[in-house]
Design a binder for this molecule. Structure first.
Ligand code: UFG
Length: 328
């Protein structure tokens, strides 16, 4: 049986995908530079340490292993940083993906599942976002993902590269078994920062904007459990293996929760006060980002198992409590 290559497999979502594939008896090879990934997340499959910026390394990996398909997670992900350092994002995300595609084609590997993002849609023009919503990225990070989606479409037409772009809404939660979870350095995401506050590592959580045109004035987001994202990758691979046509799928639960609602859920889950400080809007934030994932339900036959926001925050809380040592 051919192996599945996972770039960024020592990261948050990639490690959950490695776990999901291994649980199904698939052989996995993780490629990670460990610049953002974590050595202690390498619990499944073989490991090749190296950078996608190194074509010789990639070529060697594809010659050492009999690879059947690739899940491509490796990327820089911080929206604000991408505005300050676009060269970093176009280099690491776009150029290094070209290196990966070249190595794949040379090894005659023609199936790829790509980690895209809801950020490719930009400012929503409809209440619920489906895949045919206009694409209008607002940051170099989002543009880098949009450009890669275009590259994949062009490589598909020219070289027969079959691909699925998975546009994640807000990835959240942690492995229900507590083996892996979210650990970014520095952390910028809402739920981890709220839980750091509950743990006493921060004094409060800042609400970025309380005057949005939403029911309570704070932004609405569609939080999707990382284990559900992992299962969607399995479904996407199966779809490509059964001859499915290249396309994009949204991954979300279809429910928008406000920042204040998430703080309230975290208060209930943790039993901690979690003080908030109201602040100005964070540049580039959309008031609301809520998915329609109907295509993934119907075509991939994907159904989230952790749709309950309390469950999402509870798994994250379990993880962060155990991961305290890394947070200090
Ligand atoms: N927020 C706060 N305080 C904080 C951190 C966040 O109020 O300290 C708010 C943000 O303003 C936003 C919401 O919480 O309204 C969620 O913010 P996150 O930073 O957790 O997530 P984003 O929605 O900004 O970004 C996420 C991913 C990106 C991806 C984007 C797609 O992190 O990679 O979703 O919409 F591009």
């Amino acid at each position: 049986m051919k192996k599945t290559l996972i770039t960024g497999g020592a990261g948050y979502i990639g490690s959950h995908a490695a776990k999901a594939l291994s649980a199904l008896g698939r052989e996995v090879v993780v490629v990670d530079s460990l610049v953002a990934g974590h050595r202690d997340f390498l619990k499944w499959g073989e490991f090749e340490e190296g950078d996608l910026g190194d074509p010789a390394f990639l070529k060697a990996v594809f010659s050492r292993h009999d690879i059947g398909e690739v899940l491509h997670f490796a990327a820089f992900i911080a929206v604000g940083e991408s505005v300050a350092k676009p060269d970093m994002y176009y280099g690491n995300n776009v150029r290094n993906t070209l290196n990966l595609l070249d190595a794949m084609l040379e090894a005659d590997v023609k199936r790829l599942v790509f980690s895209s993002t809801a950020a490719v849609y930009g400012e929503p023009v409809t209440e619920v976002i489906a895949e045919d919503h206009p694409l209008s990225p607002l940051s170099p990070y989002a543009w880098s993902k949009r450009m890669i989606e275009q590259m994949l479409a062009d490589y598909g037409r020219a070289y027969g590269l079959n691909h699925v772009c998975l546009r994640y809404f807000n990835a959240a939660g942690a492995d229900p078994d507590g083996e892996i979870g979210e650990r970014h350095q520095p952390e910028t995401h809402l739920i981890p920062l709220i839980l750091h506050t509950a743990l006493g590592l921060r004094d409060n959580i800042t609400l970025f904007g309380t005057d949005y045109p939403t029911p309570d004035g704070t932004c609405l987001r569609d939080y999707i459990h990382v284990t559900d994202l992992a299962s969607a990758h399995v479904k996407a691979l199966e779809y490509l293996e059964s001859g499915g046509a290249s396309r994009a799928f949204n991954l979300g639960n279809g429910n928008g929760f406000s920042v204040r609602e998430i703080v309230d859920v975290a208060r209930a889950v943790t039993g901690c006060a979690i003080p908030v400080v109201e602040s100005d809007r964070r540049p580039g934030d959309s008031p609301a980002l809520v998915s329609s994932a109907q295509a993934a339900h119907e075509i991939l036959e994907w159904q989230p198992q952790f749709g309950d926001i309390n469950e999402i925050v509870r798994t994250a809380w379990n993880w962060h409590q155990n991961d305290m040592a890394h947070l200090k």
